[in-house]
Design a protein around this ligand. Structure first.
Ligand code: GDP
Ligand code: IMO
Ligand code: MG
Length: 423
């Protein structure tokens, strides 16, 4: 059968966790294909909040297998903490979880390098989550990394020590940072002992066989398209390919297996960390969006920067991902606005365009806004598209027209079932 992809179209935190959890019963396998514990995917089930960082968001569905794919970077400490949280919530997560042997390990010294590198950047800092993501992917591409499969090899301790020494050498060029390496190493090796016992897989063979056996597979993205290492707002990005192309390398899948590409956008826009954000707002409207949407990072707790939805940015993401299905989340967070806006174009010295410039960091672009009347009412009672207030229907029809894409699901609240099927 086919592989569907679900990913973020903006700068992350679009609500991927909620939608994967909702869709998971339709799939035999859910696989994370990139990123690591920089991700924070929130799932709310009957008022109980769960935040996943490494474990795929299909874990709450016992009949769905969850695979942490080759393209993911794993911090064993965080992963074990997630497992414990799930066990405390009454789940048996090791029964429907597999870890890819080729996934890379985040060492404590990777986190030290992340912190030291960020500290040295001053006001140019990326705003990293400091989970060691960049240094771990650097070791992967630099061909120095340690992988999950290495845990099973005899020389694992020596390999660890060699890499740690290399990191300590590198750290000497940075100003000192506060980090209790000895204590973190103890926790890390305890977690490694637990990871040794977890079921592992050669992800590429596992998925190939699943496809041959007619299983349905969903690839779950982390971060968002604008944080993609190649096509995001470089250098203010993460260190992996967050777009559809990353599914093939992250899971060892041939491209022709990919069918639906489901992209998620908020009904407005947020960003956490540094870097360009053309439609960013300041003042009371930004505060209201932050308050209505509880816009504080699921991983770091940082307040998220907030602004209006950005059509040129979404058109770009739709284009590079080959989007087939659009999910619009957090529409309820706009319920009490008299008027809403969407940036339809950018104005620059060269004229008006709906294309993103080469470098959003240095380009002087000014968003051109279109305003829309708010619907000014609660929508909790709406269960299908035909019951939506007229102004809301008009607003989402305009978005569909501008994006040339139909909305598939409209998310009306954080709970698992607060969704309207639109097409
Ligand atoms: P992810 O990283 O893409 O999985 O998203 P996060 O979990 O970081 O952030 C999304 C936040 O919005 C979480 O707190 C979700 O519970 C919440 N959320 C998701 N969909 C909706 C929605 O439609 N309405 C509201 N009010 N909250 C939502
Ligand atoms: P989910 O999966 C939002 C941002 C960081 C920083 C930049 C680089 O929950 O949507 P990194 O730690 O990767 O070196 O940080 O990317 N970032 C995210 N922003 N959601 C995420 O994940 C993010 N993961 C990383 O804030 O600006
Ligand atoms: Mg998140």
């Amino acid at each position: 059968m086919a592989v569907d992809v679900l990913l973020g179209l903006q700068w992350g935190d679009e609500g991927k966790g909620k939608i994967v959890d909702y869709l998971a019963p339709q799939y035999d396998v859910v696989c994370r294909f990139q990123g690591g514990p920089n991700a924070g995917h929130t799932i709310i089930i009957k008022g109980n909040k769960h935040v996943l960082h490494t474990i795929p968001s299909g874990i709450f569905r016992p009949d769905t297998m969850n695979v942490i794919g080759n393209g993911v970077v794993i911090d064993p400490i965080t992963m074990c903490r997630e497992l414990d949280n799930l066990i405390d919530a009454g789940l048996s997560p090791t029964e429907n979880l597999l870890v890819a042997r080729k996934a890379h390990l985040i060492l404590p010294t990777h986190r030290m390098l992340d912190a030291a590198s960020e500290a040295s950047k001053g006001d140019q800092k990326i705003g990293s989550t400091l989970r060691g993501i960049g240094p771990t992917y650097m070791d992967k591409t630099g061909r120095n990394g340690l992988r999950i499969g290495d845990i099973e090899s005899e020389g694992f301790r020596q390999k660890y020590s060699a890499l740690k020494e290399k990191h300590l050498g590198l750290l000497a060029i940075y100003p000192q940072i506060d980090f209790d390496l000895e204590a973190e190493e103890v926790k890390w090796f305890e977690a490694i002992d637990r990871v040794r016992e977890l079921p592992k897989t050669d992800c590429e063979y596992y998925l190939y066989k699943a496809i041959k056996a007619d299983k349905n597979i969903l690839a779950e993205g982390a971060q968002g398209t604008m944080l993609d290492i190649d096509y995001g707002t470089y250098p203010y990005v993460t260190s992996s390919n967050t777009m559809t192309a990353g599914v093939c390398t992250g899971l060892g899948l041939a491209p022709h297996h990919i069918d639906k590409v489901i992209g998620i956008s908020k009904a407005y826009c947020t960003r956490v960390g540094s870097g360009p954000f053309p439609t960013e707002l300041e003042g009371p409207v930004a505060e209201k969006l932050r308050k209505n949407g509880a816009e504080f990072g699921a991983t770091t707790g940082r307040p998220r920067r907030c602004g209006w939805i950005d059509i040129p940015q979404l058109k770009y993401s739709i284009m590079i991902n080959g989007l087939t299905h659009l999910v619009l989340t957090k529409i309820d967070c706009l319920n009490d606005f008299e008027e809403l806006s969407a940036a339809t174009h950018y104005k620059s010295a060269d004229g008006t365009t709906d294309q993103l410039p080469y470098d959003l960091n240095s380009a002087e672009v000014e968003p051109v806004y279109q305003s829309y009347p708010g619907w000014n009412q609660d929508i909790g009672h709406c269960t299908d598209r035909s019951s939506l207030p007229t102004d809301l229907e008009d607003y989402i029809s305009q978005l569909e027209r501008m994006l040339d894409t139909k909305i598939y699901l409209l998310s009306t609240g954080p709970e698992r079932d607060e969704l309207i099927h639109c097409s």
